[in-house]
Design a protein. Structure first.
Length: 616
């Protein structure tokens, strides 16, 4: 069992992010701390609990805590944001968005690249650096680059003959790319300056600091103290921005970090997923090994067994050392033309990320065995409760040592349009994401949830009966998102297919909380009397609801785009994208005149007329 008092003593006095969990292991609060030791201990002090009813409620539900160490408070800030978005904890109120933090963008896709501050990342071929929590330092450094190197600042790429340069050109803050008739800008020299800027933003700050220091000293020696102070402030901005924030790595691809941990009693592999450039959490897997197995062997076997279950593998996996049959493993992971690399980083951001995860794993191993024991206790508690549910449903299991396998289903649509079904799978408290499935409803029109549910259940179990390996494993029980109507709809399909699988519904109260399990005979199990089952059913219900809604939104968005533009004569994917890039929204296209539509480069007068007539 997780001993809170003992684990409080083991907390490090370092920056990091902590996650409070309830008895089922669900994350209920995520916070950051300059000192994990001081901050986490506060939640268990009565003087701190008395400050707020919310803190008292949170403290009463904390069954264990987990933490991830960071190199700085800024890293903790970014990681906290990522984890709050991932877990959406019950007691967190402020959910930050990426645009809270500024980035620096170098427009490398342009002939004369610009250096600008932005709050959004797009996959447009430009280079992004950040995010940075010090917005003031970002403003100063962008201004410094523009003034020091006289960079191009305007976004325009083409200039008419009558174009007049802006004020920046006349005060020497721009080299005047817009007026080549007056003089020719040396692009080779310009790109050398851009390369130097990108080197600094990549972490190589010494050349730029040396140049700024020389200028400050030169100004001071000539007693030009005002200019010296300006260079001094620039040096401060450079140093403030130089604190590398390794929690977010600006890259167009996902990656995983895989580390092995082995002691005398247990062996674990720890996986850190990086998605869209963000370190988004940590997963721990217990590995059965022999005494002679090395950490390299553990990582190699984990990679083969874990990633073989996934259709899509991240294009890069960071590891600590070369593996046996390294090249063969890369070939094994690479599928359908998608190359996967097993990388041992030696320097740069990836090396910094590897070091960050190493430090965190070192801290985590102090309580790893305790956490494994705690998870087993939660798993056992849920297993006993679910076995009682199976007994009540009249379908007791023969083998009660294994976790109960649960399938749950939900339907999502908008007034019957773009109706979809979702299936999620749990093995006890563990989500088996590789077995999740989603379905487009094909034969039912309109908002008919029962009919839609019966269609996807038939399709799912028909494939099991036909021997499809992706569907062949059957659940111990089906938990429907809904009440007696959903249960009867599911039982009708199962009975017709002669499948003996118990079905229960998860009914909600007026406050949209799961209140009871509903059986096919109309009996109900009040979950207020079963707190473990109450939390478990709520978790299953929230997961299947989330999975269904995500797919519906994705499908509905694609179909909305198609119906708005792709049915217009002369508008294909290229023109559609150019129209959206130019006007930003469908409403703006709908409100545009024929003349305004014709200003889009690829839109002819006839196509502009077609678009206007389509919307009017």
């Amino acid at each position: 069992m997780f001993d809170i008092r003992e684990n409080l003593k083991k907390l490090p006095d370092t920056p990091g992010v902590y996650m409070h969990k309830d008895r089922l292991g669900q994350v209920i609060y995520v916070g950051k701390a300059v000192s994990l030791r001081s901050r986490v201990r506060q939640y268990f002090q009565k003087s701190y609990q008395s400050t707020s009813p919310k803190v008292r409620a949170l403290a009463a539900n904390i069954a264990e805590f987990e933490y991830i160490t960071c190199s700085s408070e800024m890293e903790a800030l970014i990681l906290e944001c990522n984890l709050i978005k991932k877990y959406m904890p019950k007691y967190n109120v402020l959910l930050r968005d990426d645009k809270t933090y500024p980035y620096i963008m170098v427009t490398t896709g342009e002939t004369y690249p610009r250096v600008v501050k932005t709050r959004r990342i797009r996959k447009d071929g430009n280079r992004y650096f950040g995010p940075y929590s010090d917005a003031g330092a970002v403003n100063e450094i962008v201004d410094l680059f523009n003034s020091t190197y006289a960079l191009k600042r305007c976004p325009a790429q083409k200039f008419p003959k009558s174009h007049r340069p802006c004020l920046n050109y006349f005060i020497g803050q721009c080299q005047g790319m817009c007026c080549p008739k007056d003089h020719e800008v040396n692009r080779e020299e310009y790109m050398k300056n851009i390369d130097e800027i990108m080197q600094f933003l990549s972490g190589k700050d010494k050349p730029l600091l040396r140049r700024l220091t020389d200028r400050m000293q030169a100004a001071s020696e000539t007693m030009n103290y005002e200019e010296a102070a300006r260079w001094r402030d620039a040096i401060r901005a450079v140093k403030a921005l130089s604190e590398t924030q390794r929690v977010t790595m600006i890259t167009d691809k996902d990656m995983d970090v895989v580390l092995a941990v082995k002691d005398e009693e247990r062996s674990f592999v720890v996986l850190f997923p990086v998605r869209d450039g963000k370190l988004s959490g940590r997963e721990t897997f217990q590995i059965q090994t022999d005494a002679e197995d090395t950490r390299r062997d553990m990582v190699a076997e984990f990679i083969k067994q874990y990633y073989s279950q996934w259709a899509v593998v991240p294009p890069e996996i960071l590891i600590e050392e070369e593996l046996p049959e390294h090249a063969l493993l890369e070939e094994f992971l690479s599928r359908e033309g998608r190359r996967v690399h097993l990388t041992v980083p030696r320097r740069g951001d990836k090396r910094a990320l590897l070091n960050l995860t190493r430090r965190d794993v070192a801290e985590m191993t102090k309580t790893l065995a305790v956490r494994a024991e705690t998870k087993r206790e939660r798993q056992d508690a849920v297993r006993l409760e679910m076995d009682a549910v199976l007994e009540a449903a009249g379908n007791p299991r023969q083998n009660r040592d294994e976790p109960v396998r649960v399938e749950s289903y939900d339907i999502s649509n908008t007034n019957g349009v773009d109706s979809v079904g979702a299936m999620v799978v749990f093995s006890g408290i563990d989500k088996i994401r590789r077995d999740y499935r989603r379905f487009k409803v094909r034969t039912v029109e309109g908002p008919d949830d029962y009919g839609s549910l019966q269609e996807i259940l038939y399709r799912r179990y028909k494939r099991a009966v036909d021997g499809d390996p992706g569907f062949i494993r059957l659940p111990d029980i089906i938990m429907m998102d809904g009440g007696l109507g959903q249960v009867h709809a599911a039982q009708t399909v199962l009975n017709a297919m002669k499948l003996n699988i118990p079905v229960v519904g998860m009914a909600k109260d007026d406050h949209h909380r799961t209140r009871a399990l509903v059986f096919g005979n109309g009996d109900e199990m009040d979950l207020r009397q079963h707190p473990v089952l109450f939390r478990y059913a709520g978790t299953v219900q929230e997961e299947v609801h989330r999975f269904a809604i995500d797919y519906h939104h994705q499908l509905h968005g694609k179909n909305s785009m198609h119906s708005a533009l792709d049915d217009i004569p002369g508008v294909g994917p290229k023109r559609r994208n150019e129209l959206l890039y130019h006007f930003k929204t469908i409403d703006a296209i709908r409100g545009a005149t024929e003349e305004e539509l014709s200003r889009v480069p690829s839109v002819t007068e006839q196509v502009a007329r077609n678009i206007y007539e389509y919307f009017h």
